[in-house]
Design a protein around this ligand. Structure first.
Ligand code: SAM
Length: 223
């Protein structure tokens, strides 16, 4: 349960400089959010590819979020070659949070350019479907925090969950499906590759020879 957690009242109440001290003077806020980030594999792959973009993982499990925090801290102090100009991993951080309840407490309207839902918990039983991270009520929140043109990336090895996410996102007026080839043509290939292969759950699916179902959506302009 999350009742013991302290949540920011509004995004403006968050001091992101605690998370990204190297960017303190920049006024930047996170642009990529990995919802249910688990052990952090996606953000740790993406951080060096987009060194000027702030990224945040949200994870509800205490030990897992602590592990990711320690992992990032260790990566930040890794010894660098003498000619390195930018210290790596300054642009990645994590919060322990229930993303299903408190996403708008963290992100201002139209502030994110990417939202990731990678191998979310499937909640197989139909009476548990309301616990799924993609649901009609939550889609309005995702549309609110995403910039017009921003992308939702989903991937799962559970075909039924893939169909569910695709059906609900396609039906929602503020999202339109966008195929993998179009995203690659826009230069988002490295992101797609990381979505497929960089997370701990994705690697487990690979080891077990499972299939992976990708579905991506663009936040439409206006509204
Ligand atoms: N995305 C990671 C990956 O691909 O390796 C982790 C996938 S794991 C199956 C799902 C993760 O979502 C778990 O770490 C779980 O604790 C987290 N999670 C579930 N519900 C959540 C919520 N409401 N808010 C934040 N994290 C949540």
């Amino acid at each position: 349960s999350d009742h013991a957690l302290q949540y920011p009242a509004t995004p403006a109440a968050i001091d992101w400089t605690d998370h990204y001290p190297a960017f303190a003077a920049s006024g930047k806020v996170p642009e990529f959010a990995d919802v249910g980030c688990g052990f952090g594999g996606l953000l740790i792959s993406l951080a060096p590819l987009f060194p000027d973009t702030l990224m945040i993982g949200m994870e509800i499990r205490v030990q897992v979020s602590q592990y990711v925090q320690d992992r990032i801290a260790a990566l930040r102090v890794t010894t660098l070659p003498d000619d390195a100009v930018l210290r790596p991993f300054q642009n990645v951080s994590i919060v322990r949070a229930n993303a299903m309840k408190f996403l708008p407490n963290y992100f201002a309207k139209h502030s994110l350019s990417a939202l990731f839902f990678l191998f979310p918990d499937p909640h197989f039983k139909s009476r548990k479907h309301k616990a799924r991270i993609i649901s009609p009520t939550l889609l309005a929140e995702y549309a609110y925090v995403l910039k017009p043109g921003g992308i939702i990336y989903t991937i799962t090895d559970v075909k039924d969950l893939h169909d569910w996410m695709r059906t609900h996102l396609t039906a929602f007026p503020l999202f339109e499906p966008v195929d993998e080839d179009s995203l690659r043509a826009e230069g988002k290939g490295p992101i797609i590759d990381a979505v497929y292969t960089s997370t701990e759950e994705g690697k487990k699916v690979e080891r077990n020879g499972g299939e992976k179902w990708l579905a991506c959506f663009r936040r439409v302009p206006a509204h």
